[in-house]
Design a protein around this ligand. Structure first.
Ligand code: IMP
Ligand code: MG
Length: 179
């Protein structure tokens, strides 16, 4: 693990806690949707591990799609502007869409995505996020499934990055910088 001078990681959520939570979310989501097909729309890149694990809990009746937006760029705070970088490849009209996010921070990204998808007249649009920072919320957007509510700290691991680093950590850690 390469840390720069002054950086250190404090484990916030362990690998076992993540595994258990993903199983629980899978059970709950499957119970809510029944046998219906769910279109999982993973928001790249941060949710790539979460969607891989969650999709396997949900069984066969899912499709996986990807989109990518930019709001954070490389740093630790949002730019306040959301842009679509990669749109969906499929028509979602009449489909049940479940947006899969790594983390909901201000809520800006989610608000943008929900509004963009809703005009395409899907049968439903819901949101599942692994992490949520309620204290950082400035844009109210309803999240239907939340793995963990966390304090307003910058976290990395299990898909989440800081300047493209730390995505492959198997747990979630707070990234602190004392320098
Ligand atoms: P938003 O502020 O809710 O729009 O969040 C925008 C995006 O910023 C999220 O989807 C994440 O990709 C990223 N982000 C927010 N907080 C963190 C964090 O603590 N660590 C890593 N990425 C974050
Ligand atoms: Mg994200």
């Amino acid at each position: 693990m390469s840390l720069f001078p002054g950086e250190h990681l404090d484990v916030l959520i362990t690998q076992d806690q993540i595994r258990l939570k993903v199983q629980q979310l899978g059970v709950k989501i499957r119970a809510d949707y029944g046998e219906k097909e769910i279109i999982l729309v993973a928001v790249l890149k941060g949710s790539y591990l979460f969607v891989a694990d969650l999709a396997r809990e949900l069984g066969l009746n899912v499709k996986i799609e990807f989109c990518q937006v930019s709001s954070y760029n490389e740093g630790k705070s949002s730019t306040g502007v959301v842009q679509i970088r990669k749109d969906l490849d499929i028509n979602i009209e009449g489909r049940d869409v479940l947006i899969i996010e790594d983390i909901v921070d201000t809520g800006l990204t989610l608000k943008f995505l929900k509004e963009m998808f809703e005009v395409r007249r899907p049968s439903s649009v819901k949101v599942c996020t692994l992490l949520s920072k309620p204290e950082a919320r400035t844009h109210d957007s309803l999240v239907d499934y939340v793995g963990f509510e966390i304090p307003n700290e910058f976290v990395v691991g299990y898909g989440l990055d800081y300047g493209e680093r730390f995505r492959t950590l198997p747990y979630i850690a707070i990234l602190r910088d004392s320098s």
